[in-house]
Design a protein around this ligand. Structure first.
Ligand code: CTP
Ligand code: CA
Length: 223
């Protein structure tokens, strides 16, 4: 029988998704963060569930209602997100890193609210760990999928990222089109080249993406 049921394609597979921004505190009441609504990551989690996967969603702060995943882990900072990912990763077949992780955090967080007057306030920032690369370069990594939001040279920058992070699949989109929007256009980069998913609702894109991931993942298992 050729026809296959969409809702069982990923049955028994454990999928970990990170979504939303991370928030890096400056003091008790302020912080720095990335522009991210969480919509794409939550749509990916939903699409994976629809295909029968067991889904763990690790999410930075968003305004979205918690989706009906198997396990929902809310986090705030990149460090917290990394620790949550490391706790889950041994159980995972596929890791989809959709989160807009802050690349830097504040070197020393002030526990109280910083008070005025301050003329020139400088804040020392130090790099955050790269969560996706920490996982994708493990000796036996799960199947890792990255996202790249770029403002220019989309395909070139995304291809460099895919190589650097050793990813079988990288999903590229233009930041100015995608962030906060309900729709986006995606370019999937894998070993076969590029596949364009023309502009559509994020849930539709997530479903197309999950089908592509299913194909690549199965091919990898056959090798
Ligand atoms: N990522 C991550 N941890 C980080 C930074 C990024 O896990 N500290 C992941 C994102 O979830 C995404 C991919 O890496 O899947 C690419 O993120 P992006 O911000 O586009 O790339 P960077 O490598 O951070 O490079 P830059 O921001 O300089 O473009
Ligand atoms: Ca980044």
């Amino acid at each position: 029988q050729v026809a296959c049921q969409m809702d069982t394609l990923l049955l028994g597979k454990n999928i970990l998704v990170t979504a939303g921004p991370t928030y890096e505190a400056i003091d008790a009441v302020r912080g720095i963060t990335n522009k991210s609504s969480g919509k794409m990551g939550y749509a990916v989690a939903k699409a994976a569930l629809e295909m029968g996967a067991k889904v763990t969603l690790i999410s930075g702060p968003t305004c979205l209602p918690s989706p009906a995943v198997d396990k929902f882990i809310p986090v705030v900072s990149a460090d917290e997100m990394l620790r949550a990912v490391q706790t889950e990763v041994s159980q995972i077949d596929i890791f989809i890193s959709v989160a807009a992780v802050a690349d830097y955090r504040v070197a020393s967080i002030c526990l109280q609210k910083l008070k005025k007057p301050i003329n020139n306030l400088s804040i020392e920032l130090i790099p955050n760990p790269d969560i996706l690369m920490t996982i994708s370069t493990l000796p036996k990594p799960p199947f890792c999928v990255g996202f790249a939001a770029e403002t220019q040279d989309l395909e070139k920058n995304a291809a460099v990222k895919r190589n650097k992070k050793k990813l079988p699949l990288l999903v590229a989109n233009l930041a100015q089109d995608a962030i906060g929007s309900d729709e986006n256009e995606l370019i999937l980069l894998d070993d076969d080249g590029k596949h364009i998913l023309p502009k559509a609702a994020k849930i539709e894109q997530a479903r197309r993406l999950m089908k592509h991931i299913h194909l690549l993942y199965n091919n990898k298992l056959k090798k």
